[in-house]
Design a protein around this ligand. Structure first.
Ligand code: DX5
Ligand code: ZN
Length: 236
């Protein structure tokens, strides 16, 4: 069973005030923080690396609820060419989930094992040009699948609605899997993602530029939960 998870992407934040801006997202009831790591090789952009993740974790320590879940969860989206290399460093820096790109590794199953051995949750992302069927074999071992709704590398791009059939297929085959969408999500596009069955919503620009981020986060959450309930898939 699944529920809405809203994850503001820190790529859209003011990096000179990163700690404050991230705390503000949690104060506004964000479920996770989405941490976009880019190496300038896998994608044509460089964002942030281990020292920043570690500093952020120092500013926002892990905190557990009564279900023993860390409610200051760092969802690390690794847009890097050698994903194997950064698993241990991300674990040491205080990450919670490691999302690698299917296109970046020769052996996704071995990578999933490595991620889990390091105490992280394992997730796999596909770029817009990658067929969703590559995830079918991996999904039973994954904590989450990420269907990119823009070409990875930059925030503020247009949501690709044509990716929604991938989400629909995944939801049909794996009703209880966390399915994330990333890129161009906000009030105008959430309806498409929620109807298709996505439950983990990354939102950069729409959260960080909002005058009231709490309102945007709640709107995204409500739309997802409404659709999960209609499908009989919602659970706390
Ligand atoms: C793009 C990143 C996204 C990005 C989303 O490569 O993976 O997480 O920050 O930004 P918005 O929500 O602005 O499209
Ligand atoms: Zn991302």
């Amino acid at each position: 069973m699944v529920k809405a998870i809203v994850a503001p992407s820190i790529l859209a934040s003011d990096f000179s005030e990163l700690g404050c801006q991230c705390k503000k997202m949690y104060d506004n009831k964000a479920d996770w923080l989405h941490v976009d790591v880019m190496d300038g090789h896998f994608v044509p952009n460089i964002s942030l690396g281990m020292p920043i993740v570690a500093s952020l974790r120092k500013a926002i320590p892990k905190e557990y609820n009564d279900k023993n879940e860390n409610i200051k969860f760092f969802d690390c989206h690794m847009m890097v060419s050698e994903p194997e290399k950064w698993v241990q460093p991300i674990a040491e820096a205080g990450g919670d989930q490691y999302t690698f790109h299917y296109e970046s590794t020769k052996d996704p199953l071995a990578l999933i094992d490595l991620i889990k051995k390091n105490g992280l949750r394992a997730a796999c992302a596909i770029k817009p040009g990658t067929d969703v069927s590559v995830l079918y074999e991996l999904a039973p071992k994954l904590d989450m699948a990420l269907v990119m709704t823009v070409e990875p590398g930059f925030g503020g791009q247009k949501f690709q609605v044509e990716m929604m059939p991938k989400v629909e297929k995944l939801r049909e085959k794996f009703p209880h899997l966390n399915i994330q969408v990333d890129g161009g999500l906000g009030a105008a596009t959430i309806g498409h993602a929620a109807t298709a069955g996505a439950n983990v919503i990354v939102a950069g620009t729409s959260c960080f530029t909002a005058s009231d981020p709490g309102e945007v986060i709640q709107l995204l959450r409500d739309e997802v939960n409404k659709n999960l309930k209609a499908k009989g898939l919602y659970s706390e």
